[in-house]
Design a binder for this molecule. Structure first.
Ligand SMILES: NC(=O)c1ccc[n+]([C@@H]2O[C@H](COP(=O)([O-])OP(=O)(O)OC[C@H]3O[C@@H](n4cnc5c(N)ncnc54)[C@H](O)[C@@H]3O)[C@@H](O)[C@H]2O)c1
Length: 370
């Protein structure tokens, strides 16, 4: 049973592709109690609820009416993120939302203001931030091993998600493209390591105006590409560091998960920011090879951010994958898009507080809210 002190009641809204990973994990975390599955396509909600043993199903309004639901996990498509999150907050629910927080910074900011006024919390993907790989990287940087971080290089280059996603159109519409779809993993990681950005410059383009669905019932269907599919950006941080990032759906060559942070003493090679595990490697100018540090921490996968939100809520402490951080990342992405269009350096005006690292031994499977 949910309620003050016990496991936190959760409703999933949006039972599509990524809901499987969330549901599999969240139903295995004893501090969460998944009580409702909702979707505009109620049959999808029914299928997922049956598969993961979730007791109630229906539409979004019914999920928000459910008395045991404290956190709404919004896994809808980006165009619906802000609307569904705003409905949840208005109903007195805390929100975890998939990335991006909203389609634009103004809408994202309004959502956070609405939440603050209502006394509700907003958490936002990516929660890979809480995974073993990135937490280990943060601990290494905080230990001083690479000296003072100066620069970063991040690369995400793939042929495009229409090759594997059964309904990929949204990934090529406003709110998608490599910048808004994959940028959050790389930019959130960089933000957690380097702090807030203050300006960006970028160029962008697209290799073709139409793509073809590669898999599933829609395979062979042609659809329009509405956003840039290759983005190269420079980011300047408030702390004086800089980053170079390439995000591309136009690359026959696959080279993704690449993030290096170079400090005054060594370069750190991070694991894929879209994963929860992976080795962390460092190299000084005197080393001939990498020194490998295995990642230690939670590797369960998506849903860790919901769990941290739930536990932090009960403890009255700040959660880590905050709406504020997501808004800053959205601001960076919007500024990159603006810069690419205008050919100018663009300021990034929002800021955020770097979240605390997770305590050693943070265990998703331990019941702490009995
Ligand atoms: N697919 C992935 O591998 C992946 C990975 C990480 C994050 N994400 C993010 O997760 C989100 C969902 O992606 P997906 O791939 O699962 O998409 P999807 O299209 O497979 O699923 C989205 C679901 O949301 C439902 N939905 C849409 N609008 C709704 C609304 N207004 N109210 C209720 N339900 C609504 C749809 O009916 C659908 O079932 C996106 O923000 C995406 O960026 C996806």
């Amino acid at each position: 049973m949910t309620g003050a002190g016990g496991p936190v009641g959760v409703a999933v809204v949006g039972c599509g592709t990524i809901s499987d990973e969330y549901l599999r994990n969240m139903t295995s975390f004893p501090d969460l109690n998944v009580v409702f599955c909702a979707d505009i396509d109620v049959d999808r909600a029914k299928t997922k609820a049956a598969e993961y043993g979730v007791p109630d199903v229906g539409n979004t309004a019914q999920a928000l009416d459910h008395p045991d639901v404290e956190i709404v996990v919004n896994l809808t498509v980006p165009a619906a993120h802000a609307e569904v999150s705003a409905m949840a907050i208005a109903a007195g629910k805390h929100v975890w939302v998939e990335k991006p927080l909203a389609l634009d910074t103004a809408t994202g900011r309004a959502l956070l203001e609405q939440a603050a006024e209502a006394g509700m919390r907003v958490g936002c993907a990516p929660d890979t931030l809480l995974g073993a790989g990135l937490q280990t990287s943060r601990r290494i940087i905080e230990s001083g091993r690479i000296g003072a971080p100066q620069t970063a290089l991040a690369l995400f280059q793939v042929p495009g998600p229409e090759r594997w996603h059964p309904a990929p159109q949204f990934l090529f519409q406003v709110g998608g493209g490599p910048l808004f779809d994959m940028g959050p993993y790389y930019l959130t990681t960089l933000a957690s390591l380097l702090g807030p950005a203050h300006s960006v410059a970028a160029v962008a383009g697209r290799s073709r105006d139409q793509r073809v669905v590669g898999r599933g019932p829609q395979a062979g269907t042609t659809f329009d590409v509405e956003v840039p599919t290759h983005v190269s950006a420079l980011i300047s941080y408030v702390g004086g560091q800089s980053a170079t990032i390439v995000l591309s759906f136009d690359s026959p060559l696959r080279r993704n998960g690449f993030i290096e942070v170079t400090g005054t003493e060594a370069t750190l090679s991070l694991p894929d920011p879209n994963r929860f595990d992976g080795d962390v490697k460092s190299q000084t100018a005197d080393d001939e090879d990498w020194t490998v540090t295995p990642a230690s921490g939670a590797t369960a996968g998506r849903g860790l951010g919901v769990l941290d939100l739930a536990r932090s809520l009960r403890a009255g402490q700040p959660h880590r994958a905050t709406g504020e951080l997501a808004l800053h990342v959205l601001d960076i992405m919007e500024s990159i898009a603006r810069s690419a269009q205008a050919g100018t350096f663009e300021p990034v005006r929002s800021t955020f507080t770097v979240p605390a690292t997770l305590p050693a031994g943070w265990d998703p499977t331990a019941p702490t809210l009995t």
